[in-house]
Design a protein around this ligand. Structure first.
Ligand code: GLA
Length: 355
């Protein structure tokens, strides 16, 4: 079903934004810390046209779901929360958004930790920018997307995903200081490629312990007398905290230090060790891994040609990312998935995309 089939008119604009995979720097962004995502080939496209009956009409091709909403309707759950959330944050800024038809197509997997929600927000905001001639730069788009997610989807997320979707490409890593938004575009590690495998164990961010982790980090920062955990650089400083805040803070401080190491132009082997250490820290100190992710990561780490592997995204399920020898991702994925799926899992190769 095309836009024309669903709405009986043609779209006026179309806009696209990618999902992202985070290579290093997990659960650091809402602590004002450092992250290192890259864009993935999968992306989301939103086509927009004017609605002539005063209502918003949304259609998701992936969900084959249509929603008709009064112009001042409360924000509903599901994908429409992101679309209407973007409209509402622009209205809060004083923009007039006319009744619209919006048609969403996406190849970004949902619930895999690859930022399908940020891709939807950034695509929607880019579409609105094009349709209405709004003067918004890519950083403003990212900030508005983050606000839509916090205020209308109920996840107190950081700025990483929207910045990655709005500013990253698939050929580079985006080093980002989430406090200042200072960023550096770095080439991917020479002689390597990125492998992303879905564990088949889905997660939903809003229902997860995500907001709880964020609250724990804020409590830890308060007890340490700093504005955010980013301001602690010596991992020993967290020892004064009691558990579980000590573990949580130790993850954030050590993870920030791992991201900063990458700026030293390190080898693929060193990068891989940092990824492995990141996974151990997310599993043991931050406690956002699950058994399926641990098994998949361990299988990857034991496979020749893999420099390092870790869960990626918020955790609690979703995908793993690995850094592997250039040209070997497909065959490594094949071997790893054979072992992993033999245990009853339904793991799936996501990046590189099968041609
Ligand atoms: C989700 C959030 C991001 C970030 C990651 C964890 O993807 O949207 O802001 O906090 O989790 O690193």
């Amino acid at each position: 079903m095309t836009f024309e089939h669903i709405f009986g008119t043609s779209p006026l604009v179309g806009a696209t934004a990618p999902g992202r995979v985070n290579l290093l720097g997990e659960h650091t962004d809402y602590n004002d810390g450092f992250v290192l995502p890259t864009a993935i080939p999968q992306c989301t496209t939103v086509h927009l046209g004017l609605s002539l009956d005063g209502q918003y009409h949304f259609y998701s091709e992936a969900l084959t779901q249509r929603l008709d909403l009064e112009k001042d309707a409360p924000v509903p759950p599901g994908y429409a929360a992101y679309l209407l959330g973007c409209i509402r944050v622009l209205e809060q800024q004083g923009h007039y958004i006319p009744p619209l038809n919006a048609y969403v197509t996406s190849s970004v997997p949902i619930g895999a930790g690859l930022s399908s929600s940020a891709a939807l927000e950034v695509a929607m905001l880019r579409g609105l920018r094009a349709l209405l001639g709004l003067e918004l730069d890519d950083v403003q788009i990212a900030r508005l997307g983050q606000r839509a997610e916090i205020e209308f989807a109920g996840v107190r997320c950081g700025i990483m995903d929207q910045m990655a979707s709005s500013l990253a490409d698939t050929a580079h890593m985006l080093f980002l200081d989430t406090r200042t938004l200072e960023r550096r575009v770095l080439p991917l590690v020479a002689g390597t490629e990125i492998l992303v495998i879905d564990s088949g164990f889905p997660r939903t961010l809003a229902g997860s312990g995500y907001n709880q982790r964020r609250a724990e980090c804020e409590a830890a920062a308060r007890q340490l007398g700093v504005p955010a955990l980013r301001d602690i650089t010596d991992v020993k400083a967290v020892e004064v905290l009691s558990e579980p805040l000590r573990r949580r803070a130790r993850h954030v401080v050590s993870e920030n230090n791992r991201v900063l190491e990458v700026l030293q132009d390190i080898s693929a082997e060193h990068f891989g060790q940092l990824m492995n250490a990141s996974h151990a820290s997310l599993r043991d100190d931050y406690e956002v891994s699950v058994a399926a992710l641990d098994i998949l990561v361990a299988t990857l780490q034991q496979t020749p040609g893999v420099f390092g592997a870790r869960l990626t995204g918020a955790g609690f399920g979703g995908a793993c990312v690995a850094l592997v020898v250039l040209g070997q991702a497909q065959s490594i994925a094949h071997d790893v998935l054979e072992q992993y799926n033999r245990l009853g899992h339904v793991g799936k190769l996501l990046v590189p995309q099968l041609t």
